[in-house]
Design a protein around this ligand. Structure first.
Ligand code: MSP
Length: 533
């Protein structure tokens, strides 16, 4: 059965639905920044985008957190959820849907999905014995545990022994279909290292997994046996489908998957890869729904080279970070400094150095000094140069002419660090170009045409750089565009995809003499290093 009308002009992407046992941490911010950047890039390409984020609110972990504060789980969730919404606003995240798993509509979708899988004969009752990590909300194999019966991810938490009657999903039945699927769609799991992890895990043989819990009432009842509560992960993954329902439509699977399904990209951290790359596609196969196009598992962040954690007291508070440095700075650092897919580090001194070097010095000064020269040597107007008259051997034209395609390619494979590096190379070359060409001497020698060409070439390079970086640093890019005489705000999705589409603005030679330059203003204020550093 193919229920979808999806066209190639749409792009649906998700972040994980975050647990609300606590306020958001830097890890959730990292995934969400990356997702927002992809969403913005897809909108620039002219695609219709749906960007889904939200919260995962059921399960034992949340129930216990609520209990510890003397609150009902729902009251507790309602109190935490705004901290996610506020952080996304601070970070300039433009999501389209915020999916909460406690939503009533979600219950209807989960029930319908469960029934489909049930009718398929893929759910049965059995006995579950094993070690459970409440923080992961996952059973662990004995061999995975570290000393003291603790979870390898939550190293301070002891796992708990469970021996209970549960409903099971027949994952084992999907071993072969999954393997065939991974073969046919080699890009389904990215990056390649994660794909290999999954292939090796699956090749060891898949075991059925339990999808219900007893002695837990915070969750949806199992439709066929209300004494049992649905396992939080079975319910949470379906939150991606519920999120697709148009407001005001009846909560049915058919409505939910009618336009956007299948999801183009699930962005997740490496710790929840199995759920997304193994359990989820198997569940969808069982329910006879098309499978997502890609799951990308990014790496983990460390602080000053150490694993971050509350017990070590070295967590990075994303709210404090954005309030101190601004959203563009935080977005830029994480995407430029870390190869997406690999683990990466946060170090505040490094953070300051990178931002000062790239945004204040290289990009900011380049714009500022060039605009001031335009004022001085060209009566404050963009030189009237036809880009096609600039000789092809002009270094900036050569680099600029190929940049759009290169950067598009890098964004498409989520190589954000490559995007930033490639664009910054144009910026650095532009600074060198100005120093070498020395428009101030050319002017003195009376070579006004040459001055005009140099300044046009550099301004056009700054424009192109701002455009290509706009999914990462939308505020700075908007400021640059405005100083170059455009009324474009990259935070207005409708405006950017129609007024400044990728097909024209990612190419070389867009700047025109018709634009009225704005007042030169610093686009990024240098950050002072702390005194004791
Ligand atoms: N609720 C589940 C997801 C359900 S999706 C249907 C969940 N939530 S979570 O809040 O615990 O994790 C959310 C994301 O944060 C995961 O992608 C995880 O990988 C990521 N991170 C948690 N700690 C992290 C770091 N230290 N660094 C980078 N990302 C990390 O799992």
């Amino acid at each position: 059965m193919n229920l979808t009308n999806k066209t190639s002009k749409t792009f649906a992407l998700t972040t994980p639905l975050y647990y609300v046992n606590d306020v958001p941490h830097i890890g959730s911010a990292y995934t969400t920044i990356a997702a927002d950047t992809i969403a913005r890039f897809q909108r620039l390409l002219g695609n219709e985008v749906i960007f889904i984020t939200g919260t995962d609110e059921h399960g034992q972990k949340i129930q216990r957190s609520a209990q510890s504060q003397g609150k009902s789980p729902q009251e507790f969730c309602d109190q935490i959820v705004p901290s996610f919404i506020d952080l996304w606003q601070l970070l300039n995240i433009q999501y389209d849907r915020f999916s909460r798993t406690t939503d009533l509509k979600h219950q209807a979708i989960v029930k319908e999905f469960f029934n489909r899988v049930w009718e398929r004969g893929d759910i049965y009752r059995g006995e579950q014995k094993g070690w459970y990590c409440v923080s992961c909300e996952e059973f662990k194999e004995e061999r995975e545990l570290i000393e003291g019966k603790r979870c390898p991810i939550h190293t301070t938490k002891e796992v708990e022994w469970r021996d209970e009657q549960n409903y099971f999903f027949r994952l084992s039945k999907y071993q072969k279909p999954l393997e065939e699927f991974y073969q046919s769609y080699p890009n389904f799991i990215q990056p390649a290292s994660r794909r290999n992890e999954v292939l090796s895990f699956v090749s060891q043989g898949l075991q059925d997994f339990s999808i219900s819990r007893v002695n837990l009432d915070w969750g949806f009842p199992v439709p066929v046996d209300t004494q049992h509560t649905l396992y939080v992960w079975f319910d949470a993954l379906l939150g991606y489908i519920t999120a697709l329902l148009e407001p005001g439509t009846e909560a049915t699977l058919e409505n939910a998957v009618s336009k956007w399904w299948p999801i183009n990209l699930h962005l997740i951290g490496k710790d929840i890869l199995r759920f997304h790359a193994v359990y989820w596609p198997a569940m969808l196969m069982s329910a006879n729904l098309p499978l997502p196009k890609q799951v990308f598992g990014h790496g983990f962040l460390t602080k000053d080279g150490q694993k971050m954690g509350k017990t070590l007291g070295n967590t990075v508070d994303p709210v404090a970070l954005v309030k101190k440095y601004g959203s563009d700075a935080v977005r830029y650092y994480f995407l430029k400094e870390i190869e997406f897919g690999k683990d990466g580090d946060f170090n505040e001194i490094r953070f300051i150095h990178v931002l000062n070097a790239d945004l204040a010095n290289d990009l900011g000064n380049l714009l500022n000094r060039t605009l001031n020269m335009v004022k001085k040597y060209c009566a404050g107007e963009i030189p009237s140069i036809a880009p096609q008259d600039i000789p092809p051997e002009n270094t900036l034209k050569t680099i600029g002419g190929q940049l759009g395609e290169k950067v598009k390619q890098a964004y498409s494979v989520l190589a954000f660090n490559e995007v930033a590096q490639t664009v910054m190379l144009l910026v650095q070359t532009s600074n060198k170009f100005i120093d070498e060409q020395a428009p101030w001497s050319l002017y003195k020698q009376g070579n006004h045409n040459e001055v005009a060409t140099v300044l046009y070439t550099v301004l056009e390079s700054v424009r192109l750089a701002a455009y290509l970086l706009s999914p990462i640093i939308p505020n700075i890019s908007s400021d640059i565009y405005q100083q170059l005489g455009w009324g474009i705000n990259f935070n207005n999705p409708k405006e950017t995809s129609t007024v400044a589409p990728f097909t024209t603005h990612a190419t070389w030679g867009v700047l025109s003499n018709k634009q009225q330059l704005g007042t030169p203003q610093p686009i990024f204020k240098r950050i002072e290093l702390p005194k004791d550093s």
